[in-house]
Design a protein around this ligand. Sequence first.
Ligand SMILES: [Cu+2]
Length: 264
Amino acid sequence: MKKIILLALVFIFATAMTCSAHFVMMYTPETILANGGKITVKSVFGHPFAASVTLDMAKPNAFFVVNKGKKTDLLGTLKPITWQSRENSARAWETEYQVKGMGDYIFCLDPVPYFDQTEDKYIQQFTKIIVNNGGLPTDWDAKVGFKTEIVPLDKPYALWTGNVFRGVVLSKGKPVPYAAIEVEYLNHAPNMELNKFAEKAAVQAPHDVFVTMTIKANANGEFTFGIPKAGWWGFAAISSGPDKKLNGKELEQDAVIWIQAQDM
Ligand SMILES: [Cu+2]
């Protein structure tokens, strides 16, 4: 009995420790395409740097793509998958999309609020990634109309390692002064065939402050981040959204964007 209680405590403690800084991850291998074609986008709720616990994601409220100002509903194209992290597996989603014309494609996910038992609150992360076909810029700097979102000031698919990425945090379309932003590196390569993170980490963090970096926007809601390494970087503006309560509990509405940098 003692052993069971001890195990339960260890489990609760471990969950509490690893379960800060969740990110909705949206991922496709290449954000810049030469000639369009069929792409796969995976949406996973978990921890990008540690690839530790993955959380079940309910079917989203909305999932759509914006191209040349036109919004196309993709909710019906989502297929449930099981995503394997280093510690567990959980429900995630994938879609296949045929990219045809030139321009930017903003893939947008409006998730059902997730109830986090350890924090006793709901978390809802409005998330987007931007894929370009043919180099023609069309929509990358557009608002998609989420309650809260990060609008890029630099093309998220045209970044060298060492460039900066800048964005502005919006709530109901207005800048959020001094917004707090969490930044994480996608440290375990996603395996698109097996729906899992690679066991091997790309980098080791010398301290936890490098696992989830926290930065702040300025008085105009704008932030800047220098990109130290090629790959995928996620930015989550924390509690930047307008709604603060759900079912009598705290609701945290975050705005998430993912960018992909390449070595020179
Ligand atoms: Cu977490």
